[in-house]
Design a protein around this ligand. Structure first.
Ligand code: F6P
Length: 365
């Protein structure tokens, strides 16, 4: 009997829970005897490269991987088949559309389904491939929680937990030295990680991209802490936060990357506070990639495993062109079109922001 073939790949930045999705798909597929599960190494590079790098996802390879961070299939954010970076002999990079070549190669593999595990950019690729006749199913991932079609993405809770644990450690040293501690977290253009961490940790100030801050208001809140005799303060700032008068801190991306690199706003804020007359000692901590590393928390393991099982079941039903999602506590799916329509900004009028203000958190607005 010729087996049906399903190909899995992970694209974009890594995220705790990717391996749990891979295992979920593989375990569920094994219940249907006629399916063979394959993995493409390093996103679609495994298919595009010669020789191809496609590995069978045997039970030996996937056993127990749900507790591991990263992705056993490796990943890259420099292999968008629609804008594929090609380095010229003079070192410059041009972008080429390799989607037709990819479609040809995927068709030659005679796949019955392709499961693309990735964020916003990856799901846009899924949509293009689906429109070109590939039976694709998307699985959303990102620590940033910036996909609007799902209530939450796996990886987010792990990032918040890591950030909160780090915040807790800064509290004791802030208190001992009467310092202002600024902790910068990831999240790109969304403030989800920052706000959840600020609430969980008990920060006085939380600065997020969705609410540009006024440095005078931030300073006022800090001064209030010192006046009350507490003599220390904690700020959580999202890497995409910006002042009312000013811009975000961004660097050119790596060669071949389509994105700018964020990071460093904590230092900008520190300088702005000093320039505005802040008398207290300030220290900055930029958490960076630790937020994406290590083992996923239980919530993310569960969500990622359920997403994996659901993705395979969509393939079984031949329900392609869809992305799995969590909506109102149900594991469901949405069309790839709906999945990529809107960025999931944190709504400044939401109850989350209101409640944070109720807890005394200032957004510097
Ligand atoms: O999208 C996830 C994320 O970790 C963002 O929060 C961050 O801005 C970006 O990826 C970092 O990307 P890289 O790993 O390419 O530096």
């Amino acid at each position: 009997m010729t087996k049906k073939k399903i190909l899995i790949l992970t694209g974009g930045g890594d995220c705790p829970g990717l391996n749990a999705v891979i295992r979920g798909i593989a375990k569920r597929a094994r219940k249907e005897k006629e399916w063979e599960v394959l993995g493409s190494m390093e996103a679609f590079n495994g298919v595009l490269n010669t020789p191809q790098e496609i590995i069978p996802l045997t039970s030996k390879r996937t056993a127990g991987i749900h507790v591991k961070g990263g992705t056993i299939l490796k990943t890259t954010n420099k292999a968008n088949p629609i804008k594929y970076p090609i380095e010229k002999p003079d070192g410059t990079v041009v972008f080429e559309d390799r989607s037709d070549e990819l479609v040809k190669k995927l068709k030659a593999l005679k796949l019955d389904a392709v499961i693309n595990i990735g964020g916003d950019g990856s799901q846009k690729i899924s949509k293009v491939l689906f429109d070109k006749g590939i039976p694709v199913i998307g699985v959303p991932k990102t620590i940033d929680n910036d996909l609007s079609a799902t209530d939450v993405t796996f990886g987010f809770q792990t990032a918040v937990q890591i950030a909160t644990d780090s915040f807790d450690k800064l509290v004791t040293t802030a208190e001992s030295h009467h310092r202002v501690m600024i902790m910068e977290v990831m999240g790109r253009d969304a403030g989800w990680i920052a706000l959840h961490t600020a609430i969980a940790g008990g920060a006085e100030i939380c600065l997020i991209p969705e609410i540009p801050y006024d440095i005078r208001k931030v300073l006022k809140r800090i001064e209030l802490r010192y006046k009350k005799g507490k003599g220390f303060a904690h700020v959580v700032i999202a890497e995409g936060a910006k002042p009312k008068e000013g811009s975000i801190v961004a660097r050119k991306g790596d060669k071949g990357s389509e994105h700018v690199r964020l990071g460093g706003v904590a230092y900008q804020l520190s300088q702005q506070l000093k320039d505005a007359g802040c008398q207290a000692e300030i220290r900055e901590t930029v958490l960076g990639h630790v937020q994406r590393g290590g083992s996923p928390v239980a919530f993310d393991r569960v969500l990622a495993s359920l997403f994996g099982v659901k993705a395979f079941e969509l393939a079984l039903e031949k329900n392609f062109g869809r992305m799995v999602a969590l909506r109102n506590n149900e594991i469901t799916s949405v069309t790839l079109e709906d999945a990529t329509k809107q960025y999931n900004f944190l709504n400044r009028d939401s109850y989350l922001v209101k409640a944070a203000k109720g807890l005394g958190i200032s957004f510097g607005d």
